[in-house]
Design a protein around this ligand. Sequence first.
Ligand code: ATP
Ligand code: FE
Ligand code: MG
Length: 336
Amino acid sequence: PIVLGIETSCDETGIGIVRGHTLLADTIASSMEEHARFGGVVPEVASRAHLDAMIPTVESALAKAGLRVTDIDAIAVTAGPGLAGALLVGVAAAKAYALGLGVPLYGVNHLAAHVAVDQLEHGPLPKPCLAMLVSGGHSSLLLVPDVAKEVISLGSTVDDAAGEAFDKVARVLGLPFPGGPHIDRAARDGSGTAIAFPRGKADDGTLDFSFSGLKTAVARYVEKNGGSLSLPDVAASFQEAVVDVLTRKALAACAKHDVHDLLIGGGVAANSRLRALAQERCDAAGVRLRVPRPGLCTDNGAMVAALGANLLEAGVAPSQLTIPADSSLPITTIHV
Ligand code: ATP
Ligand code: FE
Ligand code: MG
């Protein structure tokens, strides 16, 4: 079956089309440029941009896949979590397509979709697997017995998300928003061991994260060392602190739950040092690592279509056409 996925939880209008778990199209319109000058996503601006981008993005995805809209067998849409007004645009569009085409609708969880997307690149997910999702809005460790049926939260950040820490530290360093890629690039010329930044909650025995202390430590360091600091060293040392804690906790979760497959997703999974250190530590622990290519790690429609395909395959009943968008949809709710 051919599934069209719609993602509008934040600033990306993402439309993906899959046949089973084969990717046919993944088209994205981003309003990030409109938000950059505010240093963060402005919800009202994002909602309006989704409205403008929706139909052209669906049409370009269909064209890319060489399909007509009547070829679509099911619609999947992010029902939450995310920005309420932004989600609403996607959910309304999904209902209209499902009703107009007479095909089933699946309202899905954005975080579960970040897990499901890896199948488009690396094939079926091992059952169970461990997933670490690190993005601008989330940092979570999840035990995934079956992405269509059961996702269990093992831990999450108690304050800032990992991507949020990258973005806030980038701002302190005078780098553009979103800061993750800029820090990643700057860090290549620096040393990760130049400055000993704190590793929040690293050894507290939980599977939770904390990044706000680290962010404050970097801000204080910059304040104190002003003109004489090395930007590459600060970037590399900050980045090392983040990815050290992330990979340590992810492997602790694998060991605790006796899982041998680790999946990393979300925008921060694009980080080159996270990828390298995760690979190194997984190799040492005998854990297989799966990380989707960067374009599939950040928000996109293909991930929503991929999860829709899992739900269809599992014979899950479609959503009602009356489903709401839920800005705080819990990860335990895979579909609504
Ligand atoms: P959500 O959290 O709801 O999934 P989001 O838009 O914040 O939404 P993504 O689009 O998945 O999530 O990721 C964006 C985040 O990823 C930003 O915080 C950005 O700085 C970070 N990021 C992107 N590339 C890199 C990188 N190479 N290194 C570190 N962080 C990165
Ligand atoms: Fe996301
Ligand atoms: Mg985004």
